[in-house]
Design a binder for this molecule. Structure first.
Ligand code: SF4
Ligand code: SF4
Length: 362
């Protein structure tokens, strides 16, 4: 149907072919986020109980050390991954940190930055913060383009710093670092940082929480070096958000809904490192086969034929995530590459003297 624009230019309004089945990606994503957050809470409680048991010289609830807590040691994960690729040996100290790091990188290689919007507890927390902020303040702020682009560089700067330091370390240097008291209980040091948090750190965290309420995904978008790394890996992902120009009615709902502020309705595929594969855009799209998280389309005449067996359903998406995550964890556990095999007595001695374990570089 030909219509007139306000400026008088003739345009063609496309006919909407409504979706046959309503989208459930956000329900599935929120369920995955909740399960992963609960898993982290469980690991956190177990880890605190274990630390207290060691600190009290064997008094209190005797629980095993949860190696999964090493997921919160991304730098150890990167260092150990380098050690593994240099030597071909799985490191004996904090192997779980490496296994989890590699699982998250693999996810990014196949499913864009899905780790950030489907699994990462900080990402989940950030998402709820901006939603709460939007309710309190009526809307979220959008930074001017120049500020947004400059701030986005910050996370790459931080990542570059870590990559530079780790890049200069030999396998022997990594092993030496991990074998120091600090390296052995890096997870306990991290916990103690939050237990004995200083005034400056508390103010910075408070400020980040406030900014995350005002600006969508402030931490993830501007400051998270882990997300920056996942974004770079995600450039290789064969699956992406892809728009079918024929099926699309140019309503612009996808762009309006995108938490990363991407111009989804203007592109045929979303390559950018900023796409977290959250599928919010897909959820709001009203047109059948117009927007999907998919492999490249088939060369066919109709949208339905183009995306047949190319689009990934939200359930299949969650299944691939679960396969990569649990697959690697199970392989690591069954091959004995999950736990740091340090005797309990050694841990008790190290944890009870954690204050004296200084960073080797300091
Ligand atoms: S383009 Fe879609 S999947 Fe990517 S961040 Fe925006 S809403 Fe999420
Ligand atoms: S939501 Fe986006 S992809 Fe879907 S019809 Fe509207 S403009 Fe096209």
């Amino acid at each position: 149907m030909a219509t007139q624009t306000i400026a008088g230019n003739p345009t063609t309004k496309k006919k909407l072919v409504r979706r046959l089945v309503s989208d459930n990606s956000q329900q599935i994503r929120r369920t995955v986020q909740a399960v992963f957050a609960a898993l982290n809470v469980w690991l956190g409680i177990q880890f605190i109980l274990w630390v207290r048991y060691c600190e009290q010289g064997g008094a209190g609830l005797n629980v095993p050390r949860p190696a999964g807590a090493e997921g919160w040691l991304p730098i150890a994960g990167m260092m150990n991954a380098k050690y593994f690729f240099l030597t071909g040996h799985v490191p004996a100290i904090h192997p779980a940190a490496m296994v989890l790091f590699l699982a998250f990188v693999l996810m990014s290689l196949f499913l864009k930055k899905a780790f950030c919007s489907w699994l990462c507890p900080v990402g989940t927390f950030s998402e709820y913060l901006w939603k709460i902020g939007s309710r309190i303040f009526g809307r979220n702020l959008r930074l001017p383009k120049w500020a947004d682009i400059s701030l986005r560089g910050l996370k790459y700067l931080l990542l570059g710093l870590f990559v530079f330091v780790i890049g200069t370390m030999s396998s022997e240097a990594i092993l030496d670092f991990m074998s120091t008291p600090y390296g052995l209980i890096a997870d306990v040091k991290m916990l103690n940082f939050f237990r004995d948090i200083g005034q400056t750190a508390a103010i910075v965290i408070g400020l980040l929480v406030l900014l995350s309420m005002l600006v969508k995904n402030f931490w993830c978008r501007y400051a998270c070096p882990y997300g920056a790394l996942m974004g770079i890996a995600s450039l290789l992902s064969p699956t992406k958000i892809r728009r079918d120009a024929e099926a699309c009615i140019d309503c612009g709902k996808c762009s309006k809904a995108c938490p990363s502020g991407l111009s989804v309705d203007k592109l045929v595929q979303i390559r950018t490192v900023e796409c977290t594969a959250c599928m919010t855009c897909v959820a709001v799209c009203p047109a059948q086969d117009a927007l999907q998280f998919a492999l490249p389309p088939r060369n066919a005449a109709t949208p339905a034929q183009r995306w047949r067996r190319r689009a990934l359903s939200p359930m299949a998406f969650a299944a691939v995530l679960a396969f990569l995550f649990f697959g690697l964890v199970i392989v690591a556990k069954t091959t004995g590459h999950w736990q740091t095999n340090l005797p309990r007595a050694a841990y008790m001695n190290l944890v009870s003297h954690a204050k004296e374990a200084a960073h080797p570089g300091m």
